[in-house]
Design a protein around this ligand. Structure first.
Ligand SMILES: Cc1cc2nc3c(=O)[nH]c(=O)nc-3n(C[C@H](O)[C@H](O)[C@H](O)COP(=O)(O)OP(=O)(O)OC[C@H]3O[C@@H](n4cnc5c(N)ncnc54)[C@H](O)[C@@H]3O)c2cc1C
Ligand code: FES
Length: 261
């Protein structure tokens, strides 16, 4: 069972309107990997459940975590006020994360294509870093609403990087798949995080090629206890004997072919 731990804010900056970049010193960074997330507690007692936020980065010394988030409501609004030296209570590290060794075996010729949409962009950055460190070729295609992009320069350190924007102000006009098609990008497999309609389109687009998607839908306890986050699966779960998986513990990363979205 994961327990709560108190971390210390190292820094926080605003990357784009409503998008914040929070660095927290915490012992749980030692076990964190791409695709996993943490539960971040608010100080407001009326919002009891921790807010799930993906790991955008793990420092090289494994002593701090980087979380990049969009202010969506009360909880994330409170986090945006955190300052250097503040305490922050975390639950984690949670979820399964990406299997770098498996991706390395699959991506032997064209590489791994990372597709991030909106606030699904941040978790792709730690994945790009870990794949690059493992010697895997990485192609990143990140999608934004407009020219208020974030983290793009950092993707360029680890991958061939392309951009899509809904209004066409940067890169390809449209979504990440429009950019993949426009640039004729070849790949062995896809890893993706973003809104559900985007993930559905990616599942179809991948066809026979392996695709791994990170489901960031609504969550409550974050530790497998409340069944507030189930997704339909193709196979019957050995534990519950139903066609369900819990996103918080069995995911959030799933093979696209295994889940019905
Ligand atoms: C595994 C996982 C990883 C996540 N990683 C990130 C991340 O790296 N960065 C980031 O910005 N956000 C991430 N999210 C979404 C984030 O958890 C929510 O935006 C946050 O919990 C909202 O809390 P709040 O109190 O600010 O908003 P609330 O007051 O609870 O809600 C405000 C609005 O946000 C919507 N909302 C709440 N939760 C979600 C959700 N999960 N997805 C979409 N809309 C939601 C509500 O419908 C409502 O309209 C992740 C979610 C999951 C499940
Ligand atoms: S959020 Fe409670 S079981 Fe997943």
């Amino acid at each position: 069972m994961k327990s709560k731990t108190v971390g210390k804010v190292i820094s926080q900056k605003c990357l784009a309107p409503g998008i914040y970049d929070l660095e927290i010193e915490t012992k749980i960074a030692a076990e964190a990997k791409a695709g996993q997330f943490v539960g971040v507690y608010t100080k407001d007692a009326s919002t009891l459940l921790p807010r799930p936020i993906s790991i955008c980065g793990v420092s090289d010394d494994k002593k701090s975590l980087r979380l990049v988030y969009r202010v969506a409501g009360k909880g994330t609004g409170e986090f945006s006020g955190l300052k250097e030296g503040d305490d922050v209570t975390l639950l984690g590290v949670l979820g399964n994360g990406y299997d770098i060794e498996e991706l390395k075996k699959i991506a032997t010729s064209n590489g791994v294509l990372l597709l991030g949409g909106g606030i699904g962009v941040p978790p792709m950055l730690e994945l790009a870093k870990e794949l690059n460190a493992a010697g895997v070729k990485v192609i990143s295609v990140m999608g934004y609403r407009d020219d208020k992009t974030f983290l793009l320069d950092e993707f360029k350190k680890y991958s061939d990087t392309y951009v899509a924007s809904e209004d066409g102000s940067v890169g390809t006009k449209g979504n990440v798949l429009d950019a993949v098609k426009e640039n004729g990008i070849a790949f062995d497999c896809i890893c993706s995080c973003g809104p559900l309609p985007m993930l559905r389109a990616i599942k179809e687009f991948a066809g026979d090629k392996p695709a791994f998607i990170s489901l960031e839908e609504r969550m409550a306890c974050g530790v497998g206890a409340c069944l507030g986050c189930v997704v339909k699966t193709k196979e019957v779960d050995h534990h519950s004997h139903v066609n369900n998986a819990r996103i918080c513990t069995d995911g959030p990363v799933f093979a696209a072919s295994e889940v019905e979205i």
